[in-house]
Write a protein that binds this ligand. Sequence first.
Ligand SMILES: Nc1nc2c(ncn2[C@@H]2O[C@H](COP(=O)(O)OP(=O)(O)OP(=O)(O)O)[C@@H](O)[C@H]2O)c(=O)[nH]1
Ligand SMILES: [Mg+2]
Length: 430
Amino acid sequence: MSEHQALRIGVVGLGQCGGNFAAEFAKLGYLALAVNTSQTDLRSVTGLDEEQRLYVGVDGLNGTGGAMAVGADSLASRGSEIVAAVAKWSEVDVVLAIGGLGGGTGANLAQVVELLAGEDRPVIAMAVLPASSESHTAKVNALQGVNALLDVEFDALVMVDNQKVYSAFANAGLDQFLHEGNRAVVLAFDELNSLSGQGELRSIRSFDPQELGNTLVSGGVVVFGSRVIDDSLTSESLLEAVRSSVANHEYLGSGYELGDAVVVSAVMVCNGDVLADTPATVFEDFLAALRSETEGADLHAGIYSGDVKSTRLLIMVGGLSLPGRTQELLEEAAQEAERFSSKKAPRNKLKKLDLSGLAALAGGRGLVPPSTGGKGMAKISVDPGDLMESEESEPLVDLDFNDEDDVVAEELLPDDVVGDMSAVEEEELK
Ligand SMILES: Nc1nc2c(ncn2[C@@H]2O[C@H](COP(=O)(O)OP(=O)(O)OP(=O)(O)O)[C@@H](O)[C@H]2O)c(=O)[nH]1
Ligand SMILES: [Mg+2]
């Protein structure tokens, strides 16, 4: 575990998505465990050691294929192994459990949170919501997963919105954009968590680990991130940075009202020269305006200076309600359910092909002649008129079954069909 972290966090990543996030946290020195019902998916997470992977499938299960109940059964049988693994993390202050709610494994994040909440440490759930383009199974899983989370005790809930991840990192390449999104989330979190330990920054007004802890473990939904202050450094530009990360985050669920916030942390990092040129009232006015806009939220603030190019505000807002994306998902799923309900049962759509137009071919080489009644040519009904040779055109098929043709027929047709043909010919000779 890295020295620079204010809060010592251990990460449990459930399913493929959770595993990818766990690996990203591990790169920055966090304790991490990837848990999956699929050996294949577990192995495919890069950058983790063997002991950082835990397979919890039952009866050799290799993933749930989106079936949430199958994931739930596995966790019910083997969830205690997760608890045992996490119990070894004696130095950890907070456990962060992450899952993609669209997956049959990850949708059961609530079950893992519940198991871990029984231990003595705060548990934060990080739930990844599916994008609009994902299947309705993913959406229904996610909605059930959200409701299940609301039934268990967590200390904070972070919601990543894949719809935003898709747009924010669309240029990163099909194999990379999710990883880019994961990295952005993890770096934003780590930036706040490692601030106090960064030797190259000088604390003007320090932001303590306890303040971060208070904001994070707010009991509600938490949003975090950072914003570059492009405009001149004023109380209004700082306030706008907080407003925009709550109302319109790049990759976390958003659409919240700042008035809903219960606790806010805001830490400004800027160049020493900028700081010297900025009136002291700017930050105080910003905090006063923030207090008023949040309708009295608990505020934690910090100021750091260093050799940085641009001024940035690191933000964490806690105690929010569910993001607008959950309602959107519900509406998308309801529309899809309505459309889907009007679909015909697949078997009813499978109509037999009308082969009646093929009658002329029924007596061709290798095919059963029409005189047999089409035996062996499954239900091609023959109108004798169709088989008359026109004066202008060549016959489409040779209807003259002479001895030579019989040889061909015997070569090309199965014995029983040839047998049938001979029987018919004998009958006709009588
Ligand atoms: N942001 C992000 N989302 C991911 C990532 N991997 C998968 N997802 C999303 O997470 C959801 C669940 O997918 P998986 O994690 O593959 O599913 P699972 O939990 O392993 O469940 P099953 O494979 O169905 O047993 C889907 O909505 C995916 O879009 C990732 O690395 N980052
Ligand atoms: Mg999987």
